[in-house]
Design a protein around this ligand. Structure first.
Ligand code: MLT
Length: 388
């Protein structure tokens, strides 16, 4: 059998972080170890039943059995606009400022095709979701990383970018509540970002997938679109995945500046044929009636966060108290690299952690815990780690 060489753009690319973790996990499982997976941010609780029911009813409608609309059903886009108004006080025109996505990852991945030419500069706050720089590089873009560290409260230092770089930059990727550091961004950060982006004509790509997983009403995360003038420069990617436990459904949305939404739409028309409309109908149900469920899930994650923080404290592992997201970003015990630590933990205990360096160089020295197993399993995971 012939083996065909990969395109150059793939040759240097490491395996996708979560695929590599899955592979390592399966190897250890095959040795008979009981696996506790704190690796990927994939909610373990089921999608609320009323959303499943809405899908079942919608799946029976013949009009959904044909191609969906490219941009998404107007009714879903209207539900997104209504949800943004209620949740963030943001006005969106469903016709031009909202687009249905096959999960926010799909939209984020396609976005550079619409706005990055070879040689264009993209700024990426890092550690980061791997998709931002990888798909920028796919289209020939150049990446400048802005480190997120304890010292800068995991907010990119916008003043570290020179005037020449701001002039060259085509876009900047930010993500709050942040994956993987679990940091939140204050309003002042967004205000400064929007002001600079407007001054230098830079697109702001905000990945807001975790805004609904917060632990105190006083810490409710913002949409960047709440900042006056943001719609001039920003597109926000959001998702139903983490809010309503719908990762497997692949449903998300891009909202914001109409020219950015339209540019993404032009790419999508050429590469996909939209999202099954029955899923969009279920998405409408989720957006319209899901808030009491989202509130319950927040309570669950808060309890898990507190249990895990206590366990980590007891075994001398330090970390900040996250105000939002599904994650804890913790320091690797002294003297080990991130990879050494998570490999040892996986091989010896069956607990899957994500190595911080997998999200970029400033993640070295950290590991990420995903709070997507129940409290008994979290305690068990901590007890296994402490036995090392
Ligand atoms: C993560 O674990 O970082 C996320 O679940 C990945 C994703 O949302 O695609």
């Amino acid at each position: 059998m012939r083996t065909f060489p990969l395109a150059k753009r793939l040759q240097a690319l490491p395996p996708y972080l979560f695929a590599a973790i899955d592979k390592a996990k399966e190897e250890v499982r095959a040795q008979g170890k009981d696996i506790i997976s704190l690796g990927i941010g994939d909610p373990d609780l089921p999608t609320p039943e009323f959303i499943v029911e809405a899908l079942c009813a919608a799946a029976r409608k013949p009009e959904h059995h044909q191609y969906p609309s490219y941009i998404g059903m107007l009714a879903f886009r209207q539900a997104v606009a209504d949800w943004y108004k209620t949740r963030f006080g943001v006005d969106l025109d469903p016709a031009t400022e909202v687009m249905t996505l096959i999960g926010s990852k799909e939209g984020i991945a396609h976005f550079p095709l619409a706005f990055i030419d070879p040689g264009d500069l993209a700024l990426v706050a890092t550690p980061n979701y791997p998709v931002y720089p990888v798909t920028t590089a796919f289209v020939g873009g150049e990446v400048k990383y802005l480190p997120l560290t304890d010292e800068n409260d995991f907010l990119p230092d916008l003043d570290s970018v020179s005037e020449a770089e701001w002039k060259r930059a085509k876009l900047i990727y930010v993500n709050y509540p942040n994956n993987p550091t679990a940091a939140s961004a204050p309003r002042g950060f967004y205000e400064k970002l929007v002001a600079i982006a407007r001054e230098y004509d830079v697109i702001v790509v905000h990945d807001a997938a975790y805004t609904e997983v917060y632990f105190d009403p006083a810490d409710k995360p913002l949409s960047i679109l709440e900042i006056p003038g943001a719609k001039d420069v920003a597109i926000e990617f959001h998702s139903l995945s983490k809010t309503y436990n719908m990762t497997g459904w692949r449903i998300g949305m891009a909202v914001g500046n109409p020219s950015l939404v339209a540019g993404l739409g032009k790419v999508k028309e050429n590469v996909d044929s939209g999202l099954f409309q029955a899923i969009q109908e279920a998405g409408i149900a989720a957006l319209q009636n899901g808030e009491p469920y989202a509130a319950k899930f927040r309570e669950v994650y808060k309890e898990r966060r507190d249990v895990m923080l206590k366990c980590l404290g007891d075994i001398g592992i330090s970390c900040r108290v996250p105000k939002a997201s599904l994650y804890i970003w913790a320091k690797v015990p002294h003297g080990q690299t991130s990879q050494e630590f998570v490999t040892k933990v996986l091989r010896q205990t069956g607990v899957v952690l994500t190595p911080g360096n997998g999200f970029g160089t400033p993640g070295e020295g950290y590991f990420r815990i995903s709070l997507t197993v129940n409290t008994d399993r979290l305690k068990e995971a901590a007890s296994r780690i402490s036995s090392l």
